[in-house]
Design a protein around this ligand. Structure first.
Ligand SMILES: Nc1ncnc2c1ncn2[C@@H]1O[C@H](COP(=O)(O)OP(=O)(O)OP(=O)(O)O)[C@@H](O)[C@H]1O
Ligand SMILES: [Mg+2]
Length: 341
C-alpha cells in the first residue's frame, strides 16, 4: 500500500508572552496516513480547543508543524516546487466550516466553479467546463439552472456547502480535509451533505479527513476515528467500535454527554470547560486527561500512558494496562485497509 498523504509525528506548539513564554502544545505527536488505492473516511474528533483545526491546517500545507513532517506521495510537502507543489495543492483540497468566507462574494456561482476547472485545466473548452460544472451540481442535488446565476449570499448555508462539495466532484482530488463541514448547516440538510461526502469516496475514490466535534455525524460518515484530547490522540480505531463502546474515560465522558443519538444535540455540549488554571502544568509528565478523569489514580499524574490494544482499537490509558501495548500507526493502517466499502 502506498500513501498519498502522510502525517509523520506532527507537533505544533504556539507560544505567547514576550518574556515569560507560555507554550501551548496544540497538536502533540500525531501520525496518520491516507492510502492511495484504498479510499477511506478518517474522522478526527474532539471538543473545542483539542487541536483539530491546527492539525487540518498542517495537513493542507497552510501551517508548518513545529516538529514532524507532512509527506505527499512520499515527499516532504515543503520540499515540493513548481508543478509538484501544484499537484499537491490540487490533490489535497479543503472544505471549510463556512464556505461563505472562502467564496468571493462578487462572483456568481458559475465563475466560482468554472475558474478552478480552468485553473487546473480540467476542461478543453468553455462548453465542456460548463457541462462538467452542471454535472457536478446535479451530483450534489442542486439544479444548475437555479444555482449558476446566483451570488453566494443568495444561497442558503446548506446550498453553499453543497457547492464546495460540487467543486470537489469537479476537481477530483485524492484527499479532502473537511473541517466541521456541516456544523453550520441545518440538521435537516446535514444528511444530504454527509451523503455527498460518502459518494465522493465511493464513486470517485476520494479519501476524506472529516473533522468534527459531533460524534453522531462521525458515526454516520466515518470508517476510522481518532479521538483527540488537548492535541493528543487518546483513542483510535474503527468508528463503530469506538462510538458504540468507547474505552478511554474521555471518549466515555463524551459519549455520556449525548444520551440519545440526536443529530441536533452537539457532541460534548454538556461537558465541563476544557481549561482550568494550571491543569496543564500538573499533567506535563502524565496523562493530560488525569485532572478531569473520574478514574485517575496517582500514577496518571506522573507517568505517560502508552497505547494499549483493547478490542481492536488503541487506547492510551493505564486502566487497560493489562492489555498488550500497540503501535497506533500499524493498527490504523490495518483498520483503513479493512474499511473499504
Ligand atoms: N494561530 C494560533 N495562535 C495561537 N494559538 C492558537 C492558534 N490557533 C490555535 N491555537 C490554540 O491551539 C489550540 C487548538 O486550537 P484549534 O483551533 O486547533 O482547536 P479545535 O479543536 O479546532 O477547536 P474548535 O472545535 O473550537 O474549532 C487552542 O488552545 C487554541 O487556542
Ligand atoms: Mg476548529
Amino acid at each position: 500500500m502506498s500513501a498519498v498523504l502522510e502525517a509523520d509525528h506532527l507537533t505544533r506548539v504556539f507560544s505567547r508572552g514576550l518574556f515569560n513564554k507560555v507554550e501551548n502544545v496544540a497538536v502533540n505527536d500525531i501520525s496518520l496516513q491516507v492510502d492511495d488505492d484504498n479510499p477511506s473516511i478518517t474522522v478526527i474528533a474532539g471538543e473545542s480547543g483539542s487541536g483539530k483545526t491546527t492539525l487540518a491546517s498542517m495537513l493542507l500545507g497552510f501551517m508548518r508543524p513545529t516538529h514532524g513532517e507532512i509527506r505527499y506521495r512520499g515527499r516532504d510537502i515543503y520540499s515540493l516546487k513548481g508543478n509538484d507543489w501544484r499537484e499537491f495543492r490540487r490533490n489535497v483540497q479543503p472544505i471549510f466550516q463556512d464556505p461563505f468566507e472562502v467564496f468571493n462574494p462578487v462572483y456568481r456561482v458559475d465563475r466560482i466553479l468554472t475558474q478552478p476547472a480552468q485553473l487546473y485545466r480540467i476542461a478543453e473548452s468553455e462548453d465542456e467546463a460548463r457541462e462538467l460544472v452542471e454535472d457536478a451540481l446535479r451530483q450534489v442535488g442542486l439544479r444548475p439552472a437555479e444555482t449558476l446565476g446566483r451570488f453566494p449570499h443568495q444561497l442558503s448555508g446548506g446550498q453553499r456547502q453543497r457547492i464546495t462539495v460540487a467543486r470537489a466532484f469537479l476537481l477530483k482530488p485524492k484527499v479532502i480535509v473537511a473541517d466541521e463541514p456541516v456544523s453550520m448547516i441545518d440538521a435537516s440538510l446535514r444528511a444530504t451533505v454527509l451523503e455527498s461526502l460518502r459518494e465522493l469516496k465511493t464513486e470517485l475514490g476520494i479519501s476524506i479527513i472529516y473533522i468534527t466535534h459531533d460524534l453522531t455525524t462521525a458515526y454516520q460518515v466515518g470508517d476510522t476515528i481518532y479521538v483527540l484530547y488537548r492535541g493528543s490522540v487518546v483513542e483510535a480505531g474503527n468508528v463503530e467500535n469506538v462510538v458504540q463502546d468507547p474505552s478511554h474515560p474521555y471518549t466515555q465522558l463524551l459519549m455520556g454527554s449525548i444520551p440519545v443519538p440526536d443529530p441536533r444535540v452537539p457532541w460534548g455540549e454538556n461537558l465541563a470547560p476544557i481549561t482550568t488554571g494550571n491543569e496543564r502544568e500538573m499533567t506535563v509528565e502524565g496523562c493530560a486527561f488525569a485532572p478531569r478523569c473520574p478514574h485517575a489514580f496517582d500514577r496518571c499524574a506522573t507517568d505517560p500512558p502508552h497505547f494499549q490494544l483493547v478490542d481492536n482499537r488503541a487506547v492510551k490509558c493505564f486502566l487497560h494496562e493489562d492489555r498488550p501495548v500497540t503501535d497506533l500507526e500499524s493498527l490504523m493502517s490495518t483498520e483503513t485497509a479493512s474499511s473499504v466499502s
